[in-house]
Design a protein around this ligand. Structure first.
Ligand code: ZN
Length: 154
């Protein structure tokens, strides 16, 4: 089963994010943090956000899990940095469509995260890909005040 050139590119980008994750670690000035688990795979992700004037001015993630979950979290931080809450939630919606295999007009706004579109062929891995985005959505609930400095387990 040969991989197409596009599959190879996507695979290389995913591996790069999992091996050299962007913005992994702790945020000093986090206004919101949240932890989510994906019991089907064992992935655990913490997402920390610094929100100022309705804009995500900084973001970090940490956790442990499979290649897809870690790469997706890294890609997510690239996509949402310096976005408003509304823009970040719109990106999250785009991403959930992409991993279901649906074409969207704005998927390029996701940057590297759109390279996880191949996950749609592996339904068991969709939750791995969306875990960090679900954490983002929960962290942004109620304008980022609803889970202020609380760790929430699910
Ligand atoms: Zn996983």
């Amino acid at each position: 089963m040969a991989l197409t050139k596009l599959d190879q590119l996507y695979r290389a980008v995913i591996l790069d994010h999992s091996q050299s994750p962007r913005r992994r670690g702790e945020l000093d000035k986090a206004t919101t943090q949240i932890e989510l688990k994906n019991p089907t795979c064992g992935d655990v992700i913490q997402v920390q956000l610094a929100l100022e004037n309705n804009t995500i001015t900084d973001v970090r993630f940490d956790g442990s899990g499979c290649t897809i979950s870690m790469a997706s979290a890294s890609m997510m931080t690239d996509a949402i940095l310096n976005k408003t809450v509304e823009e970040a939630l719109a990106l999250s919606e785009q991403f959930s469509q992409v991993v279901l295999g649906n074409e969207t007009e704005k998927k390029r706004e996701l940057g590297d995260a759109m390279m996880l579109s191949g996950v749609s062929k592996f339904p068991a891995r969709i939750k791995c890909a969306t875990l960090s985005w679900k954490a983002l959505e929960k962290a942004l609930a109620d304008g980022g005040t609803g889970v202020d400095n609380q760790l929430t387990h699910e």
